[in-house]
Every structure is written in structure tokens, then in C-alpha cells.
Design a protein around this ligand. Structure first.
Ligand SMILES: [Mn+2]
Length: 318
């Protein structure tokens, strides 16, 4: 079935730990321009979400859920945009700033398809499973999957968030009235290799499958794709969230908020995503966390991300 793509550029970085990810989508367009590519001309009607500068210019109000009020707005905007994309029968391709917004992407997909079972493939160096009760930093780009799973992870609680934060957090977990949005058995990690104790505890408790970089290398990309699709065989829809920090910073660059050594090669990432895109169940692909301000190789991370997009988009359209 041929897919028609709706490009969504989400410049929000309200939940990042370091600023600069809002410039990621623009850096990818710079990479396209450098190659004299007409890639972006195929998307005639781009949807956009602006970064909330006003909020970022003030210190955060809530130490255990920094700028959660801004994230709530991003959830609302994504809900409207993603819903209207599906209403047109189009496929949302998202290039976003920090990963916190992906909880909003999952919410929007689920709220658009309330009767469908949604699977999530999270290609990332991190588990992104923190909650305001367990976070050491308060940075909400480490919490998107906890909003989707609607967990507080109180078994690993280290913080005492105030009542107003609890209310805002509960709103995110229940966003749109469906909670949780996904089941733990319908979530697969790929390349996760930097987690903290509360996340490890939750991964163990929920039995979340993490396909490590070593496993990808040992068993091969095709085998990984087969395993993921087999694990998600009872899901109706599959969303793929690609955090560029899943890739190896020594091979690519450190142009991302929280780089971690020993990641995937761009070729491995491409192979995995190509295989997943070929499934009819794929309903959304998202790229996040490109940060050109942190890139020691000028704009290398965005250039690698662009090369991937350039090769993956024709597969999506098929
Ligand atoms: Mn992430």
C-alpha cells in the first residue's frame, strides 16, 4: 500500500537537559541543502510546532519535572496535528527536538486509533523510563515512556514531588482519556545501554525486551527485524522512535544531548528501520535529539540523519 507522507517538524526542546535540540530539524535541512538535494521539496505542506522560548528563558518551576507545563502544550499540539494527519489518510514523519515530546506522539497515535493495539520500537541509548518520583535530573526527555505506560515507578521512588506536579504528571499519563497508551509487552528497546537503577528495576519488573548492540551485531539486522515483528505480532500499529543517540558517537559524532559510546552504526540503524518500515503496521516514524550545538564535527549528526531519511523515505512511500 502506497503511503503519502505528512512531514511534521517539532522544534520543541522544553524538556531537554541541554539546549540546542530545537535546532536539530533545521540542521537536517542544512544537510540537505549542502548535498543540493530536493528532498524537502516533496513535502509541500509541512506542519510545525514551535519551541517555547518564553518558558526556556525562565528557570523551571518544578525541579522533578522541569517545564512540564510546556510539555503539556506540546502534547496538545501534537494531538491536533497527528490526528489531522491520520484523518487525511497520511503517514506522519516527525523530525523533533528533544525526546520528551515522543510521549505526546504515542498519545496522539493512540487517541487517533482508540480501538487499536499500539506497539512501540524505541531505538535509543537510554530507557527514557524515569518519572518525577525517580528522576535524578528532573529532565523530562528521560520520561516519555513512563507517560505512555502510565507508571510512577514508586518502587524506586527517590523524590517527593509536590501536589501540583503530581496533577500535571497525572494529566500527561491520562492525556486524551486512554491510560495506559501501550502495554509493556508491546514495547521493544533496541541499543539501550545507559540506564539508571530505577529504570533497570522497572525494565525487570515489566519484562521489557532490550535488543543490545552486541545482539544486533551477532544475529544481524534481518534477525532483529524478524524478532521485533514477531514480538509485536498482536499489535495493529507500530510506531518507531529513533533517538540519534542510539548510534555510536565515535562513528557519527557527539551532536546529541546525551551521547553514549558503543552504539549502532548508521548502517545497522538503517537496516533495522528499513525492515520495520516494510511492515504494513508501521504508522509513524520519528527522528529526535539531533543537537548541532554539541557537534564536534560541524554538522555531522544532522548529515547522517539526513542520509538515513533520504534512504528511508522512499521505502515509506512504497
Ligand atoms: Mn531518548
Amino acid at each position: 500500500m502506497a503511503r503519502k507522507i505528512q512531514l511534521i517538524i517539532n522544534e520543541s526542546e522544553v524538556t531537554a537537559g541541554t539546549r540546542g535540540a530545537s535546532l536539530g530539524p533545521g540542521a537536517v535541512k542544512v544537510a540537505a541543502w549542502k548535498k543540493e538535494s530536493d528532498f524537502f521539496s516533496q513535502f509541500t505542506n509541512q506542519y510545525s510546532i514551535k519551541n517555547n522560548e518564553e518558558l526556556l528563558n525562565k528557570p523551571p518551576l518544578y525541579p522533578f519535572a522541569k517545564r512540564i507545563e510546556g510539555l503539556t502544550e506540546v502534547f496538545e499540539q501534537l494531538d491536533t496535528i497527528v490526528k489531522s494527519t491520520y484523518e487525511k489518510g497520511d503517514f506522519p514523519l516527525i523530525i523533533a527536538g528533544d525526546h520528551g515530546s515522543a510521549g505526546g506522539t504515542i498519545a496522539a497515535i493512540k487517541n487517533s486509533h482508540p480501538g487499536k493495539r499500539l506497539g512501540v520500537v524505541w531505538i535509543d541509548a537510554h530507557g527514557d523510563l524515569h518519572t518525577p518520583y525517580t528522576t535524578p535530573s528532573g529532565n523530562m526527555h528521560g520520561m516519555p515512556l513512563a507517560t505512555a505506560l502510565a507508571t510512577d515507578n514508586l518502587d524506586a521512588q527517590i523524590n517527593e514531588p509536590k501536589e501540583d506536579v503530581k496533577g500535571l504528571w497525572d494529566n500527561l499519563k491520562n492525556f486524551g482519556g486512554i491510560s495506559p497508551k501501550i502495554q509493556p509487552e508491546d514495547l521493544v528497546f533496541i541499543a539501550v545501554r545507559d540506564t539508571e537503577e530505577p529504570e533497570d528495576l522497572l525494565m525487570d519488573k515489566l519484562g521489557i525486551r532490550n535488543i543490545t548492540v552486541e545482539e544486533v551485531r551477532k544475529s544481524g539486522v534481518d534477525h532483529v527485524v524478524d524478532e521485533v515483528l514477531e514480538k509485536l505480532k498482536d499489535c495493529d500499529l507500530i510506531y518507531v522512535s529513533f533517538d540519534v543517540d542510539s548510534m555510536d558517537p565515535k562513528i557519527v559524532s557527539h551532536g546529541t544531548g546525551t551521547p553514549v559510546d558503543n552504539g549502532l552504526t548508521p548502517e545497522e540503524a538503517e537496516g533495522i528501520m528499513t525492515g520495520l518500515i516494510k511492515s504494513d503496521k508501521l504508522c509513524c516514524l520519528e527522528f529526535v535529539e539531533i543537537n548541532p550545538c554539541l557537534d564536534e564535527k560541524k554538522n555531522k549528526m544532522a548529515e547522517v540523519a539526513f542520509d538515513l531519511l533520504e534512504r528511508l523515505v522512499p521505502v515509506i512511500k512504497k
